[in-house]
Design a protein around this ligand. Structure first.
Ligand SMILES: NC(=O)C1=CN([C@@H]2O[C@H](COP(=O)(O)OP(=O)(O)OC[C@H]3O[C@@H](n4cnc5c(N)ncnc54)[C@H](O)[C@@H]3O)[C@@H](O)[C@H]2O)C=CC1
Ligand SMILES: CC(C)CC(=O)C(=O)O
Ligand SMILES: [Mg+2]
Length: 358
């Protein structure tokens, strides 16, 4: 359905942050049909599965999915297929959402909220393009087995398989090169090619695809160095392209450059402009239910939804400008609070954004 949005709040702070994003969308009075469903731990509690069939069916028929977060410590001992995290992994895989865009932008008003010195982060605007449906997160075989030989013979071991097929690397490479073309034309591919076959293969394909984008400067960096450079000189990056595991880690690291993980939105896209939009953080059980969470990453994810799935650049910009405006007005949830600003709750931050929409 062309205007259907599946709204999946999930667990922990999911409900609180999604509520604010939905309020902002409603205030814009757009022609969207929002339909809510359970996902994650709360779906497991009710239906015995973290991604029930009706939730998956709703996500599949929707133009876009607005997702909160899933997970809670109380589900950590469940067999893996029933853990809440399988819901987001299942949605990504079932909807073919291979391209995860995670922009890390420092709003000038938050230069002091970052744990890094203002001169290191001010003006920061980088884009992490993370491959989302391959790599060690989905590779098979995986599991537990008895070690058959070597010094640990007879013991149990756990194992996963890191794997990337050519098509998977090629299509994310194109997304990243095209994103770089629209920006500073610098693409850094992050891998571990000095150790891993998967990474050597990734690098080889990146170099091949680069031939089609002579206007973009491609560089390569090992993940360990990239993790270090990201806090040493983050502004040296423009677009980073990397695999699922490395991208997961680097994007949490990049969030601290922007002041808080509560500021980092994301879009996960497939080949037919269907997308899932979620904050880059998790369900934050430590602050759930307390009206403390920063809803801005989710509100900014809703803006990305309007831009990428509904081609409504104007409405996306209205949200983004309102977010900049509330920060300018000094409103801060606890994660980005500093002396001299006004501490607000999750819902008060939603109120402030709505009041500022023009
Ligand atoms: N896409 C998803 O649904 C994801 C789910 N998870 C799940 O979330 C659960 C918690 O995982 P953690 O490793 O603790 O990561 P997390 O991202 O949920 O929290 C890490 C830290 O950041 C803080 N934080 C996160 N979002 C915030 C926000 N909007 N405002 C203010 N502070 C915020 C939390 O309070 C916590 O101190 C786990 O079950 C994990 O598997 C983790 C990452 C992604
Ligand atoms: C919870 C995981 C499945 C993923 C994750 O941490 C992420 O996508 O950022
Ligand atoms: Mg993560």
């Amino acid at each position: 359905m062309s205007n259907l949005v599946a709204v999946l709040p999930g667990d922990g702070i999911g409900e609180e942050i999604i509520e604010q994003a939905v309020r902002v969308l409603s205030a814009l009075k757009l022609d969207l049909q929002l339909e809510k469903a359970d996902v994650g731990g709360r779906a497991y509690d009710v239906y015995g599965h973290p991604l029930p069939e009706h939730t998956l069916a709703l996500a599949k028929k929707a133009k876009a999915v607005l997702f909160g977060a899933v997970g809670d410590w109380k589900y950590d001992t469940l067999p893996r297929e029933f853990r809440p995290e399988q819901a987001i992994l299942g949605l990504r895989k079932n909807l073919g959402l291979f391209a995860n865009l995670r922009p890390a932008i420092l709003y000038p008003q938050l230069a002091n909220a970052s744990t890094l010195k203002p001169e290191i982060v001010s003006g920061l605007d980088i884009l992490i393009v993370r491959e989302l449906t391959g790599d060690v997160y989905f590779g098979t075989p995986r599991g537990n087995r008895r070690v058959e030989e070597g010094p640990f013979k007879g013991e149990q071991e756990g194992f996963d398989t890191m794997r990337y097929a050519e098509t998977e690397v090629r299509r994310i490479a194109h997304i990243a090169f095209q994103a770089a073309q629209k920006r500073q034309k610098k693409l850094c591919s992050v891998d571990k090619a000095n150790v891993l076959e998967t990474s050597q293969f990734w690098r080889h394909i990146m170099l091949e695809v680069a031939q089609e984008y002579p206007d973009v400067t491609l560089t390569h960096m090992y993940i360990d160095n990239a993790a270090m450079q990201l806090v040493r000189a983050p502004k040296a990056f423009d677009v980073i392209v990397t695999g699922n595991l490395f991208g997961d880690i680097l994007s949490d690291e990049a969030s601290m450059l922007t002041g808080s993980i509560g500021m980092l939105p994301s879009a996960s896209l497939n080949a037919s402009q269907q997308g899932l939009y979620e904050p880059s953080h998790g369900s934050a059980p430590d602050i759930a239910g307390k009206n403390l969470a920063n809803p801005l990453a989710t509100i900014l994810s809703a803006a990305m939804m309007l831009r990428f799935s509904f081609q409504n650049e104007e409405a996306a910009l209205r949200i983004e400008k309102a977010v900049a405006q509330v920060l300018e007005q000094g409103y801060r949830t606890p994660d980005i609070y500093e002396e001299g600003t006004t501490k607000v709750s999750t819902s008060e931050m939603g109120d402030a954004v709505i009041a500022t929409l023009i």
